[in-house]
Design a binder for this molecule. Sequence first.
Ligand SMILES: [Zn+2]
Ligand SMILES: [Zn+2]
Length: 304
Amino acid sequence: MTSRLITRIAPDVGWLPVSFSNVYFIGRPGGKWVLIDAGLPGWAAEIFSAAEARFGAGSRPEAIVLSHGHIDHAGSALALAELWDVPIYVHHLELPFLTGKSLYPPADPTVGGATAFLSRFLPVLRRNFGDRVRELHQHKIPGAIGWQWLSTPGHSPGHICFFRSSDRILLTGDALVSVDMDSWNGLLTAKPKLSGPPAPFTIDWQSARSSLKELANLRPNVVGCGHGVPISDSDLPERLEKFARRFRAPRRGRYVRQPARTNQNGIVDLPPAPLDPVPFATAAGLFCVGLALGAGYLDEKKRR
Ligand SMILES: [Zn+2]
Ligand SMILES: [Zn+2]
């Protein structure tokens, strides 16, 4: 099997796109290393063989650390944790969603845009990583010296980003992405563009905005996002600062005026679901198609 190759975005930071999500490898061959995020379900073998190509056969990370537990970042985490026999670390506010206690607050398809449209068709599954998953402590990342994690809620309750101040490299998960997932053009062409968190899965827009400002204040030299290509342009700090300053919540949407509230047990309180006209429009469309086909069938019968 020819394995996909990890691209270096710093001497000891590797990037591997798997489907439309990214995973990152922190560490050098021969030393300790950590996997950041784990892509969609079904990518464990790809990630595993890419890691063997970079770190050597039989090598395994100290841990898998997740920016958050959404399916496109945690999908292959359990399979990899079992292959390598290592723990998965998350912020404690993500734990209820990965230990079978609670579902994530539901996606908001009414917020508008491409991913919102597609979110209607995604399965909602309860996931339980059992005792593989653990809570991150302090701001250290096990196995990644010189790195810290910072709490960046808004997209999800316990979302975190990863930062190393010595070379100002920042891994952002979904708090900041470098492709516009709300536009069909952005989604299909993957054209690089600083963008806010994927809208239909963002449950607290005020916090998401504060988190973006905090990331801009770090003035990173390199940004590796959860979706889209990593960015290292020389004007990145200024662009990010401007982007965060101008960032606004969408005009409408379930979580725009009122956030979803969650705690260590999961969902506490949700704003009411707005009326979503699309399923009705689709049902009405199918009904009309059915009527037309039915009428044609009857005509056919009459003619016989
Ligand atoms: Zn997410
Ligand atoms: Zn994502």
